[in-house]
Design a protein. Structure first.
Length: 384
């Protein structure tokens, strides 16, 4: 009996030892990177999608009909006002001019004769050597000859103008586009553009402002003069297609006179310096206006803010390193930071890296988040 009891005791001891071996220790709290809520003055911007265009775009067309015989510019080069761009065969126009000059000479010779007739007949009609009718005919012939001279002079002037149109020049400084007219083409007023010359320094940016945004703007100022003064002081930035910021600030040039009936928006023109001609007509960019400054705004990194069905939240860490999911109301973005309107206070700690590891009420270990370190880590990985 005692032997059986000893065996049972041994088996119970071994079973308890096995259970203890199977029990796993609790894992340590996850480590997350946190940062504190900061405070700063944040500029408030408004952004719109814009498109660029030349300050002036001169569409170059032929004013007379003829064959192109020369292109005198290199496409894409800077063009000065008055530079010769194309030449049309001038020979037909030179022939017309010579012919009109000959007709003018005939008209002037005839006019000279009728003038002499009037001078000669004047004393004769007084002496009744000729009839009044003959004198009147001479006077009328003189007037007709004078009118013929004026008409012939006009024909010569028109012929000279047409001959001048065979040399097609640029009316402005700018850059000429790729030519649409080719040497040998028969061109004329109805044949379309030969090329376009665009003045690009400064360059225009067009963007559309909603009617409501325009109404809100007008409420801030008293009268047109006050609005115009403020418009000239607004800082305008240009964000290029690759996300980089254009280094030169622009200025509002003019708003359109009306709200678009189909778009419900007001078209606005802004001018940007473009001395190196880096900007080109047709580019798309975002136009950003510094509207005002929000003072003492609370800021957290954008990476710390999560969005769920239109609501925003952050993972806040209290003094005991316990996680609390906190709903927040967000405002404007400033670079990599996000303005927090409600839900946090200055100095609160929020999780930036490691959000996926935690849940509400969990204990965590914390380290300080260093902005930009994930970029450095990626660059180091790619370089290996």
């Amino acid at each position: 009996m005692n032997k059986a009891k000893t065996v049972l005791t041994l088996l119970a001891t071994l079973s308890l030892a096995g259970c203890k071996e199977k029990a796993k220790p609790k894992p340590p709290p996850p480590t997350v990177e946190v940062t504190t809520v900061t405070q700063a003055d944040v500029p408030i911007y408004h952004e719109w999608i814009g498109s660029l265009d030349g300050l002036t775009n001169a569409e170059i067309r032929a004013q007379v009909t003829g064959y192109l015989i020369a292109q005198n510019y290199r496409e894409g080069d800077l063009i000065k006002r008055g530079d010769l761009l194309f030449e049309i065969d001038p020979r037909p126009f030179k022939a017309v001019l010579d012919q009109d000059k000959g007709l003018l000479a005939q008209a002037e010779a005839n006019y000279g004769k009728t003038e002499l007739d009037v001078k000669r007949y004047a004393p004769l009609v007084k002496d009744k050597a000729i009839s009044q009718e003959e004198y009147d005919d001479a006077v009328q012939a003189d007037l007709q000859a004078k009118a013929a001279v004026v008409s012939a002079q006009a024909q010569v002037e028109q012929a000279e103008i047409n001959l001048g149109f065979t040399s097609i020049t640029s009316p402005i400084d700018g850059i000429a586009s790729i030519a649409k007219g080719q040497i040998g083409n028969l061109v004329g007023p109805s044949s379309g553009d030969l090329t376009t010359v665009s003045m690009m320094n400064p360059i225009k940016a067009y963007f559309n402002v909603t009617e409501q945004a325009y109404i809100n703007f007008t409420k801030l100022f008293q009268g047109q003069a006050d609005r115009d003064t403020h418009l000239k002081q607004i800082e305008i930035q240009l964000i290029l297609g690759d996300g980089t910021l254009y280094p030169r600030l622009g200025q509002i040039y003019a708003p359109d006179r009306e709200i678009g009936q189909t778009t419900g928006a007001l078209r606005v023109e802004a001018l940007f310096p473009n001395p190196d001609l880096a900007l080109r007509p047709g580019q798309f960019a975002r136009v950003r206006l510094k509207f005002n400054v929000e003072h003492n705004a609370l800021l957290v990194p954008q990476r710390a803010v999560g969005e769920l069905q239109g609501t925003y939240q952050v993972d806040e860490v209290d003094a005991d390193n316990k996680v609390h999911i906190q709903g927040v109301k967000v405002g404007e973005r400033d670079g990599s930071m996000w303005v927090i309107k409600e839900g946090l206070h200055l100095g609160d700690r929020v999780i930036v890296e490691g959000i996926q590891k935690v849940r509400d009420g969990m204990l965590v270990n914390t380290t300080n988040y260093v902005a930009g370190q994930e970029v450095k880590l990626l660059e180091s990985t790619l370089s290996k």
